[in-house]
Design a protein around this ligand. Structure first.
Ligand code: FAD
Length: 511
């Protein structure tokens, strides 16, 4: 077994929109720093890569305003968002879009050069910049192109961060200072320690905790789990957003997303009698926020005793659909559905983690040396429910702010016990352990039930004790990728259950 020790000034774990943007801005601002980007996938997979709708920003001040974007964000988040953070975000959002354009990103424009702005649920005005329905792919391909030619950014693909690494308090498991991570080089399973002065988690969300999700395979909550194990402050993990329009395909795992922009363009949600029932619950109908639409759909399905509902996009016509939503149309056709001819069966699916690692406006967590960005961070922007298309923009706005205001730091010496630390880790296997797969599937089913349960306190207790039991089963068999990801999912489930429970108890005390 060959152990590796890597030194870098700045370590960014994650190559989605947040990690890549931060690396580029830092490399631009601090020519003296060595920057290392870590990515557990070999193929640049991330949720950012799959984003369809686009990026929210006030790009036409004549028809829109910061105040309106601010109000919509707070309204979607049920007014528990941090107003100062929302205010900063909406004002900086247009700058983030222009920055991407200077790097080479092309957003769709009208013939006279104005942005072609999309409409999505919860927005009072059209304000979503996009490229067709593959905005994520476009933005990521430009960011990747800039990163790989940069001589001071080193990308380590196929490297899995397992735990934060650093200086511990003498007693208790908490870290006192983060000095990097320990993990594995998945190409050969060898352990690695990466020593860094600044460590930034940009590891994305935890959609894979649920039975049906729009999220990519990488979304196993690794950053939140690592932070939780190190005693870093987390918040609002029970504010998890489901997306109302995921194609129902009777399978576990990844559910194909039918972008919100389809509803923005006029597609309807209907029941099996073809009725548009959402209007009864919210006067915005299909343009209400996702939490409201999902709750109305759940009610409708329960009262009608059906397993799914439908998205009706037929009246948009084949030409409009193919022109504006080529990716969705192509994916649907691949599964045997013709959006211009067929009703599309839909069901809510896990989509976005609104809570996470608590950070301030500069991205600093409660642990010295540790920062967080993107979906794994809780900046205070989203409150209870993220406004559609705010998260890609958030990734860029706060990545740039972190880079610009990074407190200058002294290059430090690594803590002494490096080689001991590496030896303890052993080798990491890439083989799937069948027992882990079973536990993972059971966990995902339990978490889905929990989210939609009416009797949450009983279920939370049941799920918590199952999680505890599963953790004991996997404890000594962690030396595989699937084991590490399962441990992360179980740790996130534990945090989520606690977060749900605290909220219910708090609620009970106030009643
Ligand atoms: C299908 C879909 C459509 C969406 N559409 C939109 C949209 O239109 N607009 C919008 O604003 N938002 C959208 N979202 C949400 C948005 O895409 C995400 O919130 C955002 O991309 C998160 O970016 P990120 O950089 O934080 O994380 P991600 O893009 O998820 O990247 C996480 C990175 O961390 C790496 N990583 C994770 N764990 C480890 C580890 N242990 N070690 C090493 N590397 C690790 C991963 O490999 C990956 O590179 C969509 C999400 C999905 C799933």
């Amino acid at each position: 077994m060959k152990e590796t020790l890597i030194h870098t000034d700045v370590l960014i774990v994650g190559t989605g929109i947040a990690g890549l943007s931060c690396a580029l801005e830092m490399a631009h601002l601090y020519p003296e720093y060595r920057i290392t980007l870590l990515d557990k996938s070999f193929d640049r997979n991330s949720n950012s890569q799959h984003a369809q709708g686009g990026m929210a920003a006030v790009m036409s001040p004549d028809h829109d305003s910061f105040q309106s974007h601010f109000n919509d964000t707070l309204r979607a988040g049920r007014w528990v968002n941090q107003a100062a953070v929302v205010d900063y975000f909406v004002r900086k959002a247009p700058e983030a879009i222009h920055w991407l354009e200077t790097l080479g990103v092309k957003f769709d424009k009208e013939t006279l050069g104005d942005y072609q702005l999309g409409m999505e649920g919860g927005h009072a005005h059209p304000r979503i910049v996009h490229q067709k329905d593959w905005t994520g792919k476009e933005v990521l391909s430009v960011l990747w192109n800039c990163v790989i030619i940069h001589d001071r950014i080193k990308v380590l693909s196929g490297y899995l961060a397992k735990d934060l690494w650093g200086i511990s308090f003498e007693y208790g498991g908490k870290l006192e200072k983060c000095c990097g991570i320990k993990g594995f080089d998945l190409s050969n399973g060898n352990p690695v320690i990466i020593h860094s002065d600044i460590t930034i988690l940009a590891t994305g969300g935890c959609g894979r905790l649920f039975a049906r999700t729009t999220n990519a395979e990488i979304a196993t909550g690794d950053g939140v789990a690592m932070a939780s194990r190190a005693g870093v402050e987390l918040r609002d993990m029970h504010y998890y957003q489901f997306h109302p329009t995921a194609l129902y395909d009777r399978q576990n795992g990844r559910a194909l997303l039918l972008t919100e922009a389809l509803r923005g363009a006029g597609a309807h949600i209907v029941n099996d009698q073809g009725e548009r029932f959402l209007w009864k619950g919210d006067k915005r109908g299909e343009l209400a926020t996702r939490d409201i639409i999902c709750a109305l759909m759940e009610n409708e399905m329960t009262s009608k005793g059906v397993d799914y509902l439908y998205l009706d996009a037929r009246h948009l016509g084949s030409v409009c659909l193919k022109k504006n939503f080529p990716q969705v149309v192509g994916n649907c056709l691949g599964l045997g559905f013709h959006p211009a001819e067929d009703l599309l069966p839909i069901l809510p699916a896990a989509h976005y983690q609104c809570g996470g690692i608590v950070v301030d406006l500069l991205g600093r967590s409660s642990l010295e040396g540790l920062y967080a960005l993107g979906e794994c961070a809780s900046t205070g922007l989203h409150g209870k429910n993220r406004l559609a298309s705010n998260s890609l923009t958030e990734g860029v706005v706060f990545a740039r702010k972190l880079a610009k205001e990074l407190v200058k730091f002294e290059i430090s010496n690594p803590p002494l016990n490096i080689s001991e630390g590496i030896k303890e880790m052993g080798k990491c296997s890439l083989e799937e352990v069948p027992q882990f797969l079973e536990i993972r599937t059971s966990l995902q089913k339990e978490m889905n039930k929990l989210i939609f349960s009416k009797d949450q306190i009983t279920l939370i207790n049941q799920v918590s004790s199952k999680v505890e039991k599963w953790k004991i089963i996997i404890e000594r068999k962690l030396a595989s990728k699937s084991g590490i990801e399962l441990q992360n999912l179980l740790d996130v489930a534990e945090v989520m259950c606690k977060s749900f429970k605290d909220q219910l108890e708090e609620h009970a005390e106030h009643n």
